[in-house]
Design a protein around this ligand. Structure first.
Ligand SMILES: NC(=O)c1ccc[n+]([C@@H]2O[C@H](COP(=O)([O-])OP(=O)(O)OC[C@H]3O[C@@H](n4cnc5c(N)ncnc54)[C@H](O)[C@@H]3O)[C@@H](O)[C@H]2O)c1
Length: 243
């Protein structure tokens, strides 16, 4: 196993489940010490290199108060995200604000709070967007997709802002990935048994990604293997969106 992150300090939001949890595990395996941030109690990864932090990233003041307790951060992965699926006509203002509060506003202010701590020349950030940011994959989560398109813009702005310090900022656009978030979205729209499996069959590679497959691409962008990549977005969707 490569040790691309030996002695590095990483922060992963949404580290308690799915894609974020897979990123935490891989970074630890490659030598990093990881602050795993999640709004829920975390279970599963037991390691002296994993420091769970219970925090709601939509609470900007709480994030700022926590950030001042740190000395330095080498890598940041913004994987925390929320989705609800229902007809576009029924999306409420409250739901819109909740989705943007986490996926967009929360993500932006996590970067702002940690940017001064990022290590010049080797620091890097990956923001988890979605292929729904660049294609109307469905209309049942229009608020979610809009929040993820904003993540691409936020990525470009921070990439420019931090480039003079040699800090890189990129976006990952996963397609269907087998996680509790995806299952939950199908439950919330009342889709019957087998609906998700039907979606998987429609992907050109005919299956969903595992969280680990998405995590490996995120960790690649985070690492010095992607040293000349900034402001970019990587589509990892099994061919579901080909542009
Ligand atoms: N699963 C997919 O098919 C898919 C596809 C495209 C993009 N994504 C994106 O990937 C990211 C990870 O999603 P996942 O599928 O692993 O979901 P998940 O639900 O398994 O994990 C998301 C984690 O974020 C945490 N979280 C939610 N709100 C938070 C908040 N306010 N503060 C701190 N933590 C919070 C949750 O508690 C959860 O542990 C999300 O940004 C999601 O939008 C997922």
């Amino acid at each position: 196993m490569k040790q691309r992150f030996a002695d590095r300090i990483a922060v992963v939001t949404g580290g308690g489940s799915g894609i974020g949890k897979a990123v935490v595990a891989q970074l630890i395996e490659e030598g990093a010490t990881v602050y795993s941030l999640d709004v829920h109690e975390q279970q599963g990864i037991v390691s002296p290199q994993c420091i769970p932090v219970r925090i709601d990233i939509a609470d900007v003041q709480a994030v700022k108060d926590w950030a001042v307790t740190l000395d330095r951060v080498d890598h940041l992965v913004n994987a925390a995200g929320v989705i609800r699926s229902r007809p576009i006509e029924r999306i409420t203002e409250e739901e819109w604000d909740t989705v943007f509060g986490v996926n967009t506003r929360g993500l932006f202010f996590v970067i702002q709070a940690l940017a001064p701590l990022l290590t010049p020349q080797t620091g890097s950030v990956v923001n988890v967007s979605s292929v729904g940011a660049i294609s109307a994959v469905n209309t049942d989560a229009a608020d979610y997709h809009a929040s993820k398109t904003a993540v691409l813009s936020i990525t470009r702005s921070w990439a420019r802002a931090l480039a003079q310090s040699g800090i890189r900022v990129n976006s990952m656009l996963p397609g269907l990935t087998e996680t509790p978030l995806l299952r939950g979205a199908y439950v919330s729209k009342g889709a019957g048994d087998g609906a998700l499996e039907e979606q998987y069959a429609g992907v050109p590679l005919q299956r969903a990604a595992t969280p680990e497959e998405i995590s490996r691409s995120i960790v690649f962008m985070l690492s010095s293997d992607a040293a000349y990549m900034t402001g970019a977005s990587m589509n990892v969707s099994g061919g579901a969106v080909i542009v």
